[in-house]
Design a protein around this ligand. Structure first.
Ligand code: TEU
Ligand code: CA
Length: 590
C-alpha cells in the first residue's frame, strides 16, 4: 500500500513513549532507554511504525524533561548517548523509525545559555532569552513588564537581580523562553536538529512550536493581555499563539535543515485554528507535516475557564470539531492540503477510557470504541503508551499522590484562593497529568514488570488484570483491536486518503462517518454510550457489498448484508464496501 502513500509515513501509526514511565532496566524506579530497547517486541507486535520519544535530554526534571539543560546529551537517569544510538539501531533494524521530541520554545534555567547569559546584559547568550524592564510602579519582584500569566500559575516573568530585569517564562520559572528574534539562537536550534539527524533520528515533535514568535511592539516591549479574569495576571497564550514571525521562523528551519531530509514532523500547537494549521502544514508553502490541535481536548472544560473548570462532553460538539478538522486538513475542500494528526491521549491528557469512556464495567468496549472512532479518520493516529491496553486514570487520593508541577502549583494556588480543596482534587483527578504518567503495565507481577525497584510514581493496582502480557493472550483485548486497526489502515487506500462524510451528526450518543475514495467506502459506526442505541442510517450511506472488517463485541454477525438496526453499549463496527465512483452521499444530520 505504501506505493500509494505520497509520504513514507502516510499509512503509519505513531506510538508515544514517556520514557520516565515506560520500562526501567536498572532498578532505580525510573524508566530508561535500555528499558525501551528491551520492549520493542511489544511495539512490533502492535504494528506501529514510528516511536515519538518524549524528551530524554539532560534536564533537572522540573517538568520531567520539558526543561532541557543540554540539548546534545542524554539525562543520566535515562542512560547515555550510546544507549540512544542502540535504541535507534534497534528500531531501524525492525523497520521502525524514531521521532524526537524537540523543546525549543524554552530551555531549562540550568542550561549554560541561561546560567551565563543572565549574568550580564552584554553576555552573548543574554540575547538568547526574553528580557523586560520592571514596570514603573511598585518594585521587584512585583512589577513585571506586563500582565501575562504563566501556564503553570503566577506571573510569566521572574526578576533577575544580576541585571535588574525580568525574564519571560510562559511555563515555569525553571523554563525561560528562548528569543527567536535572535539569529544566533535560531542557528543554535538548527545545529541541534542536525546533531540528532546525524544520529539517525527520522523526525521531530516540536513542543508548543506555535508560541515561539512573540508579538513584539515597535519599542521592543510585549503588550498586556486582555483582562478576562480577576487578579493581576491574565492568560498569555492568546497573545503568543501564531505570532507575526512564526512562519518565517518555521520556513527558515525547513529551508536550512528539515527539507534536506525525508522526515515526519509534527508541531504541538495550543489554540491553533484549522486555518493556522493549514498555513503551517501546507505541503508547498508550509513547514511541518502536521500539527497537534487542542480544540477537541478543550470540549470538557468550561469556555474560558481553563482545563480545571470541568464540564461534561457533549458528543455532537466533538463530532463537529472533528469534522471541521477533517474538512479543513483532510480534503473535503478539495485541495487535500495539509494533514491531520489524530489523538485522544498523551502525557498531558487524562486516560481516554476514564475521561470519556467507562473504566469500570465497559472498559474494553469503551476503549476500543473510542479507538475505532479515532483510527477510522483521515490523518496520522497517535497512540500514547498504555492506551493500547486500556490503561485507566490513576487513583489520586490526595495532592500528595501527584508529582506534576502543573497539578501541584494549581492545587496550591486554588486552595490559597479559597477554592474547596475537595473540588480542586476532583478536577485534578479528572484532568491531572499524573493520570497518564503511572508506569506502563507489562504483567501482573509486583510492579507490573515496570521496575524491580520502587517506581517514581506508584503502579496502578489494576495492573493485575490490565497488562500487556494478559492482553497479548486475549484475542478480544484492547491491544488486539488496536493491532487490527493499524493493520487495516495499511491495507486500504480509502483509510489513508478517503474524504470523511459525517453521518448522524446530531445524534447525542452515536458517532458515524463514511470515508470515500474513488469507489471505495469505509463506514465507521460507534455507540459512544453505555446504553443500547437504535441506528437509523440513511440508506445511501450503506456501502454496496459491505463487509464487516472489525467489531469490538465478540459475537457480531460478520455476514450481515444490511446496516445494523441497533448497537450495543460501546459497540463499534467498521465496514468496507464500494459505492458510486466519487459520488459521496450528502452529509446527514439525523
Ligand atoms: O505542553 C504544552 C501545553 O500547552 C501544556 O501546557 C498543556 O496544555 C497542558 O499541560 C494541559 O494540561 C507541552 C508539553 O507537552 C508539556 O508536557 C510541557 O509541560 C509544556 O509543553 C512545556 O514544555
Ligand atoms: Ca532506570
Amino acid at each position: 500500500m505504501s506505493s500509494l502513500a505520497s509520504r513514507w509515513w502516510h499509512d503509519q501509526v505513531v506510538y508515544q513513549i514517556y520514557p520516565r514511565s515506560f520500562a526501567d532496566s536498572n532498578g532505580d524506579g525510573i524508566g530508561d532507554l535500555p528499558g525501551i530497547t528491551a520492549k520493542l517486541d511489544h511495539l512490533q507486535a502492535l504494528g506501529v511504525g514510528i516511536v515519538w520519544l518524549s524528551p530524554v535530554y539532560r534536564s533537572p526534571m522540573a517538568d520531567n524533561g520539558y526543561d532541557i539543560s543540554d540539548y546534545r546529551d542524554i539525562a543520566p537517569e535515562f542512560g547515555t548517548l550510546a544507549d540512544f544510538d542502540a535504541l535507534v539501531a534497534a528500531l531501524h533494524a525492525r523497520g521502525m523509525r524514531l521521532m524526537m521530541d524537540l523543546v525549543v520554545n524554552h530551555c531549562s534555567d540550568r542550561h549554560a545559555w541561561f546560567q551565563q547569559g543572565r549574568q550580564s546584559r552584554d553576555h552573548p547568550w543574554h540575547d538568547h532569552f526574553i528580557w523586560g524592564e520592571p514596570a514603573a510602579d511598585g518594585g521587584p519582584p512585583n512589577n513585571p513588564p506586563n500582565n501575562w500569566e504563566a501556564c503553570f500559575n503566577g506571573p510569566a516573568w521572574s526578576f533577575n537581580p544580576p541585571t535588574g530585569e525580568y525574564f519571560l517564562h510562559l511555563f515555569s520559572p525553571q523554563q525561560p523562553d528562548l528569543n527567536w528574534r535572535s539569529a544566533a539562537l535560531r542557528a543554535e536550534v538548527q545545529d541541534i536538529l542536525r546533531f540528532w539527524l546525524a544520529r539517525g533520528v527520522d523526525g521531530f515533535r516540536m513542543d508548543v512550536i506555535n508560541l515561539i514568535a512573540k508579538p513584539w511592539l515597535a519599542d521592543g516591549t510585549l503588550p498586556d493581555a486582555p483582562v478576562v479574569q480577576p487578579g493581576a495576571v491574565q492568560p498569555a497564550f492568546v497573545m503568543v499563539v501564531h505570532g507575526p514571525q512564526l512562519m518565517d521562523h518555521l520556513r527558515e528551519m525547513r529551508r536550512e535543515v528539515l527539507a534536506q531530509h525525508d522526515l515526519i514532523t509534527v508541531g504541538e500547537t495550543p489554540l491553533c485554528t484549522p486555518a493556522q494549521a493549514r498555513e503551517i502544514t501546507d505541503p508547498s508553502t508550509g513547514a511541518l507535516d502536521m500539527v497537534f490541535s487542542f480544540e477537541h481536548m478543550d470540549l470538557d472544560s468550561q469556555p474560558g475557564g481553563g482545563k480545571w473548570a470541568l464540564k461534561p462532553l457533549h458528543l455532537p460538539d466533538l463530532k463537529a470539531v472533528m469534522q471541521r478538522w477533517q474538512d479543513e486538513l483532510g480534503g473535503a475542500h478539495g485541495q487535500g492540503r495539509g494533514w491531520n494528526s489524530l489523538y485522544l491521549g498523551n502525557h498531558d491528557q487524562p486516560r481516554i477510557v476514564s475521561r470519556w469512556g467507562d473504566d469500570g464495567r465497559w472498559r474494553v468496549q469503551s476503549a476500543t470504541a473510542w479507538a475505532s472512532w479515532l483510527h477510522g479518520q483521515q490523518g496520522t493516529p497517535y497512540i500514547y503508551q498504555g492506551e493500547e491496553l486500556g490503561m485507566t486514570n490513576a487513583p489520586l487520593a490526595s495532592i500528595d499522590d501527584c508529582r506534576d508541577l502543573e497539578s501541584i502549583n494549581h492545587h496550591r494556588a486554588a486552595v490559597l484562593a479559597g477554592q474547596n480543596p475537595a473540588e480542586v482534587m476532583r478536577a485534578i483527578r479528572a484532568k491531572g497529568r499524573d493520570n497518564a504518567r503511572t508506569p506502563m503495565q507489562w504483567d501482573d507481577s509486583a510492579n507490573a514488570g515496570f521496575s524491580t525497584g520502587t517506581p517514581w510514581l506508584p503502579v496502578q493496582t489494576n495492573h493485575r488484570e490490565v497488562n500487556a502480557a494478559a492482553a497479548r493472550q486475549d484475542p478480544g483485548s484492547v491491544f488486539h483491536h488496536y493491532r487490527q486497526l493499524i493493520a487495516l489502515r495499511r491495507q486500504h487506500a480509502v483509510w489513508v486518503f478517503g474524504r470523511t462524510v459525517p453521518l448522524l451528526a446530531a445524534h447525542p450518543h452515536l458517532a458515524a462517518y463514511l470515508r470515500v475514495w474513488h469507489d471505495q467506502r469505509l463506514l465507521v459506526l460507534c455507540n459512544l454510550s453505555g446504553e443500547v442505541q437504535a441506528v437509523d442510517l440513511p440508506a445511501e450511506a450503506w456501502p454496496r457489498q459491505a463487509r464487516l472488517q472489525l467489531g469490538n463485541w465478540a459475537d457480531v454477525d460478520v455476514a450481515a448484508t444490511s446496516a445494523p438496526r441497533s448497537l450495543r453499549p460501546w459497540e463499534a463496527r467498521i465496514y468496507l464496501g464500494v459505492g458510486p465512483l466519487d459520488a459521496a452521499p450528502p452529509a446527514h444530520s439525523r
